[in-house]
Design a protein around this ligand. Structure first.
Ligand code: ATP
Ligand code: MG
Length: 230
């Protein structure tokens, strides 16, 4: 459903991606790894239409995304849980969930999101800034789901969270996978990734440096781990 080939791009005149490949089939979970600053978020920005394109192709659901405005890419069915969550802090939890909602045609309703994260139900009228880091992440995931994505991209969704909350997020991702949603997961936890990912890519300085199936990742985890530590 998503096919990124030999992608190169950057921020204005600064090049940060040189040769990135990434492929996600329907219903697959794909992991994207790499040390800090290697280009994971930039790759996601490129998919979302927010990076200067230099070379290569990006196809999603039979269409080319290069040159397409971000809102149109989102409408095609790419949902994003951005790095740092990026909630609308002064809006209530309810408003954050509703603001990008695209009707119930794809099946995601407020009720279904609250079924995923029941604790949010008790704080719907609270402004987002009055929620904890873990709750903010749950709101960010729910907000993205409310757009009825075909592919959900999560950029460091477990970063900086308490172990119990992390566990809940991973459990949620497993549940979404079971329901058939395709996921692109950027995370540092290779053990958790190897349990859920069908395929994994590692980036080094803007290039795809390793790729393998979930089984290969599990088998070569120490080797891959070494690529991810300085
Ligand atoms: N707005 C920007 N303008 C110029 N360069 C940028 C900008 N954002 C990121 N970069 C550079 O692009 C490169 C890739 O950054 P990117 O944020 O994609 O890395 P990352 O793999 O997501 O890292 P992290 O694990 O720290 O989130 C880095 O060298 C970074 O300094
Ligand atoms: Mg990043």
């Amino acid at each position: 459903m998503l096919d990124v080939k030999s992608l190169a791009g950057g921020y204005g005149a600064i090049d940060v991606l040189f040769d990135v490949d990434l492929r996600i089939e329907q219903g697959q979970v794909v992991a994207l790894c790499g040390r800090n600053g290697m280009g994971k978020t930039s790759t996601i920005r490129a998919i979302m239409g927010a990076l200067t394109h230099r070379a290569g192709t990006i196809h999603f659901a039979g269409q080319t995304l290069v040159g397409m405005p971000s809102h149109q890419i989102a409408r095609l069915g790419v949902g994003l849980v951005p790095e740092g969550r990026q909630l609308f802090q002064s809006l209530s939890v309810r408003e954050n969930l509703e603001v990008l909602a695209r009707g119930s045609s794809g099946g995601w309703t407020m009720q279904r999101a609250l079924d995923l994260f029941p604790q949010l139900g008790k704080m719907l009228e609270r402004p987002a800034w009055q929620t904890s880091g873990g709750e903010q992440q749950m709101i960010a995931i729910s907000r993205a789901l409310m757009t009825n994505p075909k592919l959900l991209i999560l950029d460091e969704a477990t970063e900086g969270l308490a172990p119990l909350v992390r566990h809940q997020i991973w459990q949620t991702l497993h549940r979404l996978k079971t329901e058939g949603l395709a996921l692109l997961v950027v995370d540092k936890n290779l053990r958790a990734l190897s349990r859920i990912a069908d395929f994994c890519y590692v980036l080094e300085r803007g290039r795809t440096s390793w790729r393998g199936t979930g089984e290969q990742l599990a088998a070569e985890r120490e080797n891959v781990e070494r690529m991810l530590t300085v």
